[in-house]
Ligand binder design. Structure first.
Ligand code: PAF
Length: 309
């Protein structure tokens, strides 16, 4: 792609162009970078929904140039997970990304990201990656090693000023913030609110796996989180977690985990004590493994104030 294209032309209002190689991307960004333009990065694995589009719109509002990456990263999927069936629709993604304000989509093949024999990883060690999804009984710390390795590579390839992630993947956001801090990446990490369907279900590409009856049952996750938040705000986090468990039970859902943790350190917490608390849940509903969470501020309004709750 001609690197002057971005400076000389208004951004596309239809499909965003897809670039396949690091060299193409670097050359497309070179003039903008030299001209001191700010670059926003929205990393995704595609199959875009409103949650992704809200990140692109936030980047569009703040940055001169918006790059979305579209890469189903094999290293963050464990054996037996859904890498092969992860939903994909690149043509639709390019159109939605362009309409939401992305200037470019970096959509490399696997071999462009991982050279043959690639043997370097980026790992945030310790409790941030060993609990919740990082618990070996759950996806395990290897999942986050795959995420931080690919996100570090994207930071190096794109060189963004700001990178946008969703609160829906709360633990991922905490881990990426820690990595960026520890490795001195000169990037600001923005975490945007979870986008929900009208009935409360958090938007996720994996919702595509839900059969109609399971789609209905899956709304219990957000009801459970709303119950946990109500309990915590009324002075009993443990009562709230109990009510959350009952919501899940009524829907026939056995949580993989349902836990309250300090939102920054991910240490377990028993009560709201002046610091934000993350209540996070993961559960298999039908053939989909879903995660969701609520961030409870010590003195804030409910995250779930719609009449559905
Ligand atoms: O959140 C995701 O979609 C992925 O984990 C990410 C950040 C794009 C890395 O592959």
């Amino acid at each position: 792609m001609n690197s002057n294209l971005l400076l000389d032309n208004p951004r596309p209002t239809v499909a965003a162009p897809a670039l396949r190689t690091k060299a193409e991307l670097r050359s497309a960004l070179a003039d903008a970078r030299r001209a001191g333009q700010t670059i926003g990065l929205v990393p995704t694995m595609g199959y875009l929904h409103e949650g992704h589009l809200s990140l692109i719109r936030a980047a569009r509002a703040e940055c001169d140039l918006v790059v979305m990456s579209l890469f189903v990263n094999p290293t963050q999927f464990g054996p037996g997970e859904d890498l092969d069936r992860y939903p994909r629709d690149e043509e639709r993604d390019l159109r939605l990304a362009g309409e939401a304000g992305a200037d470019l989509v970096f959509a490399p093949p696997v071999e462009e990201v991982y050279a043959p024999g690639a043997s370097t990883v980026v790992e945030v060690t310790g409790s941030l990656t060993g609990v919740l999804d990082g618990d070996p009984q759950s996806r395990g710390p290897e999942h986050f090693r795959g995420v931080t390795t690919v996100v570090a590579k994207l930071f190096n390839i794109v060189g963004p000023d700001v990178a946008y992630f969703g609160q829906k993947d709360a633990q991922q956001a905490v881990v990426i913030r820690r990595m960026a801090r520890d490795l001195d990446f000169p990037v600001r990490i923005e975490v945007m609110p979870t986008v929900r369907e009208a009935d409360g279900l958090a938007m996720s590409s994996r919702n595509a796996y839900l059969e109609p009856a399971d789609r209905e049952r899956a709304t219990a996750l957000s009801r459970a989180l709303a119950a946990a938040e109500r309990g915590a705000c009324a002075g009993s986090l443990s009562g709230g977690l109990g009510a959350a468990r009952r919501e899940l039970e009524e829907a026939g859902i056995e949580p993989e985990y349902l836990e309250a943790r300090d939102a920054e350190t991910l240490e377990p917490v028993e009560a709201l004590e002046g610091r934000p608390v993350l209540v996070a849940v993961a559960a298999r509903v039908g053939s989909a493994r879903l995660i969701d969470n609520v961030l409870i501020q010590p003195s804030s309004n409910s995250n779930f104030d719609s009449p559905n709750f």
